[in-house]
Design a protein around this ligand. Sequence first.
Ligand SMILES: [Zn+2]
Length: 256
Amino acid sequence: MCATVRMIEEMLFDIAPAETAESYDNVGAIVGRRDAKVTKILLALDCTLEVVREAVEKEAELIVTHHPLLFHARKNLLEEDPEGQILCELVRHHISLIAAHTNLDQTEWSGSASCAKLLNLQNIRKESAYLFLGELPAPMAAAELEKAISGAIRFPTRRYGSESAMVKTLAIAGGADDGDWPEAQALGAQALLTGEVRHHNALAAAMSGFVLFDGGHWGTEVPLVPVLAEYLQNRLNDVQYKVRVYPSLYAPFGSV
Ligand SMILES: [Zn+2]
């Protein structure tokens, strides 16, 4: 028997049910056909043209990404715009696309939970839809933690808040989630690592003695790629399907 796009979609929904995704989201199979045979899967954060080329090179029939294509409604499919070009390339090469987005953000396979593991946080727990908390092995000054995060996620991280503030409990919400900082503080964290920090949130947090770390949207979410690839590979091995899952090596903004 062969693995199919439908089967991979179901394996993803097993850990990240479709109904838990936000109403504005677009998760599950997006391009291709559900009964298409799959022997190679490329896993990436975004379905960029480079990722499609990597899939073509590896002869992958399926790309699984975190961020969906067709997130916004389209009225045309023209190659002269970037998303149109990517969609046409997928169809031209018979490559299917599945996305696991806000449904995945709420699970232990999320970028947030993956970052927490890279930082060796203890007692990692999900405290609300998108907030994960954990304790650092020992309390750390914010300036020191800023460097430790950059090293762990391998992406330049920026601190907003006092360099000497001591952090023991760190909240993590990967991607664009700086608005959750008051909730993180109420839950007992002294700092929040997220991927996009807006000025008004940085200022309000600093004034209340709380620290925000901006590890970049890419930096705080790409750690999910190898974790999700391992999950899919293990599931496929368990049912003895000969499918290889490759984490994409594409890094649009480099790393440290
Ligand atoms: Zn994201």
